[in-house]
Write a protein that binds this ligand. Structure first.
Ligand SMILES: Cc1cc2nc3c(=O)[nH]c(=O)nc-3n(C[C@H](O)[C@H](O)[C@H](O)COP(=O)(O)O)c2cc1C
Length: 212
C-alpha cells in the first residue's frame, strides 16, 4: 500500500451543507449555503459556521448576532445549491426558491419551514481565520418537523433523507452500519417498555452528544 503526499487543503469530507437564514430588521430574510459548519460544544450546545466577509449574509449575521442553521435534505438539494451560487444582494432567495420563512422561537431571524430541523443560534465569538471568519454560536432553540418522529416518539433524521456534501458533490446517506457504542455492546438491547415521560425525554436525546 502506498500513500500520495498532498499539499495542505480542506479534506474533511463528507460534511453537511446547511442553509443558514438571517435577517436584518425591516429587510427581507436571506439564506446562505454553508458547508464550513460543525458542532463545537455539547454543553452549552454550540456550533460554528465560517463565512467569507464578501458574502451579503456576513454583515447581517455580524450586526444581528443571530442566524438559523437549517438542515437540508434531498427535497431541498436544489435550493441548497441555488442559495449557494446566488447572492441576496440580487435575489429574494425565499421567494425565488418557494421557501417559507418560519418565525423563530428565541431569535428574530426566521428559519426555513421546509427544513426538517431549524437550529436557532446566537453568536458568541467571531474568529478571523483567513479567507473565512468563524462565527461561534450558542444554540438557543431547536425546532424539528414532527413528520420525522418514529413510533417511539424519537426523532429519526434518516426519515427526512438528509444530504451530505463531499468534494463539491451532494449525496444522500447510505445504509445504516451501526449505532453509537455497538462495537463494545455485550448483547443486543432488549426493547424496554418506556413510560410516556421517558418517551418525552428521549425526544431531545437524538445525538448521543454526551459521548462527544
Ligand atoms: C455547497 C456550498 C457550500 C458553501 N459553503 C460556504 C461556506 O462555508 N462559507 C461561505 O462563506 N460560503 C459558502 N458557500 C458560498 C455561499 O453560499 C455563496 O457565496 C452565496 O451566494 C452567498 O450568499 P449571500 O451573498 O446571499 O450571503 C457555499 C456554497 C455552496 C454551493
Amino acid at each position: 500500500m502506498a500513500k500520495e503526499i498532498w499539499q495542505p487543503g480542506n479534506m474533511l469530507y463528507p460534511i453537511p451543507a446547511v442553509m443558514v437564514s438571517c435577517q436584518r430588521e425591516g429587510e427581507k430574510p436571506n439564506i446562505i449555503t454553508v458547508a464550513w459548519a460543525g458542532n463545537v460544544c455539547s454543553s452549552p450546545a454550540m456550533l460554528s459556521i465560517s463565512v467569507r466577509k464578501s458574502r451579503y449574509s456576513y454583515d447581517i449575521i455580524k450586526e444581528t448576532g443571530e442566524f438559523v442553521v437549517n438542515l437540508t435534505n434531498s427535497e431541498l438539494v436544489r435550493a441548497t445549491d441555488w442559495c449557494g451560487v446566488r447572492s441576496g444582494r440580487d435575489h429574494d432567495k425565499f421567494k425565488e426558491m418557494n421557501l417559507t420563512p418560519q418565525k423563530s422561537q428565541k431569535i428574530s431571524a426566521p428559519g426555513i419551514a421546509e427544513s426538517p430541523v431549524n437550529i436557532e443560534c446566537r453568536v458568541k465569538e467571531i474568529l478571523e481565520l483567513g479567507t473565512h471568519d468563524m462565527f461561534v454560536a450558542e444554540v438557543v432553540c431547536v425546532t424539528a418537523d414532527d413528520r420525522y418522529m418514529d413510533e417511539n416518539g424519537r426523532f429519526d433524521l434518516s426519515k427526512a433523507d438528509p444530504i451530505a456534501y463531499s468534494h463539491g458533490e451532494y449525496y444522500s446517506l447510505g445504509k445504516k452500519l451501526g449505532k453509537f457504542g455497538y462495537s463494545v455492546a455485550k448483547k443486543p438491547q432488549k426493547s424496554k417498555k418506556r413510560t410516556p415521560k421517558a418517551v418525552k425525554d428521549r425526544r431531545h436525546d437524538t445525538t448521543n452528544d454526551k459521548a462527544q
